[in-house]
Design a protein around this ligand. Structure first.
Ligand SMILES: O=C(O)CCC(=O)C(=O)O
Ligand SMILES: [Fe+2]
Length: 315
């Protein structure tokens, strides 16, 4: 049985649904966001062949790209975010990744952090168009889920959407190498929370790799369910809801002898959006824990302290 709820999103987007049916979906999402902060999303409307195609482009890249091609895509100084990166570090864990972000309008050198130009693999010819079609679809899905959450929270939908109408999304293709040694090495990504709004994770079929921390501190596996995205709340949505929605710690501990490929799509606020709590404090008393944050400040802080610096792997 899945450790997290499986939520059918189809009735929310269907033009023939009643408002009661839409509301029921919103309430299911809201409940998951308040509890574990993780849920599986089915009925999301992203065609299966689009999921299969982007997954195969990612798998093929890590399987076939030469070292020199990877090197040519390496992160550029200044931007330090868009392109190919490899971590092989006892603390950060080991994985390689290709990172793409929402293109920046009018960007010019010298690039600030994350403000550069996406670097695309040259093979196959359709790599760029496959990623663009997918990110367009995911951007639209992210906005629709935000509408559902606004409905559940009783928040003005226009206000919520105004902070994500040009979302600074990130599409990551990650490969965790197969483990060749019987001695457990630190393959994966260390314990962290995501810093944006919502993450939609697509992976290959590998099980027992991604772990999520429960309220009791125990780690549970979040195995893939084919056809569903595994979604989780990021720090920005936790801030937006004054901590009512949970941005939950997770990590990857990859011990299989086969590689694992995952493709998180991070749906984040507009670059300049100021995210401040839309809900009053539960006890009516304001504290200085949730005071609002400008997304770009949070992003730059996160990039300067990459994932996995606080890796915590079992012995
Ligand atoms: O690869 C995964 O399953 C999750 C990766 C992740 O948590 C991240 O990139 O933030
Ligand atoms: Fe994550």
């Amino acid at each position: 049985m899945a450790s997290f709820p499986v939520i059918d999103f189809a009735p929310f987007s269907s033009p023939t649904s009643t408002s009661l049916e839409r509301h029921a979906v919103a309430i299911n999402l809201d409940e998951a966001c308040r509890n574990s902060g993780f849920f599986y999303l089915k009925g999301h409307g992203v065609p299966q062949d689009m999921l299969d195609t982007i997954r195969s482009r990612a798998i093929d890249f890590f399987r076939t790209a030469s070292d020199s091609e990877k090197q040519s895509l390496a992160l550029k100084p200044g931007d330090n975010a868009r392109g190919y990166v490899k971590h092989d570090d006892p603390d950060k864990g080991s994985h390689e990744a290709l990172d793409f972000y929402r293109p920046v309008e009018d960007c010019c050198e010298p690039f600030g952090i994350g403000q550069g130009i996406n670097q695309w693999p040259t093979k196959p010819d359709d790599f760029l168009s496959v990623v663009e079609a997918y990110t367009d679809q995911m951007e639209a899905l992210g906005k629709t889920v935000i509408e559902a959450l606004a409905l559940a929270l009783g928040v003005d939908t226009k206000l919520f959407l105004s902070r994500v109408d040009k979302p600074f999304w990130q599409l990551r293709m990650v490969c965790y190498p197969g483990q060749t040694s019987v001695v457990r090495t630190k393959a994966g990504i260390g314990e962290h929370t995501d810093y944006g709004i919502l993450t939609f994770l697509l992976t290959d079929a590998t099980k027992r790799s991604l772990q999520v921390q429960g309220i009791d501190g125990e780690w549970v596996y979040a195995d893939p369910i084919e056809g569903c995205f595994l979604c989780n709340i990021g720090d920005m949505l936790a801030e937006w809801t004054r901590g009512t929605y949970k941005s939950t710690a997770h990590r990857v501990v990859h011990t299989s002898n086969s590689p694992r490929v995952s493709i998180p799509f991070f749906f984040d606020p507009n670059w300049d959006a100021y995210i401040e709590p839309v809900l009053p404090p539960a006890d009516g008393i304001l504290d200085d824990k949730h005071v609002g944050v400008r997304y770009r400040d949070k992003y730059i802080e996160a990039i300067e302290q990459p994932l996995g610096n606080t890796a915590a792997f079992p012995a």
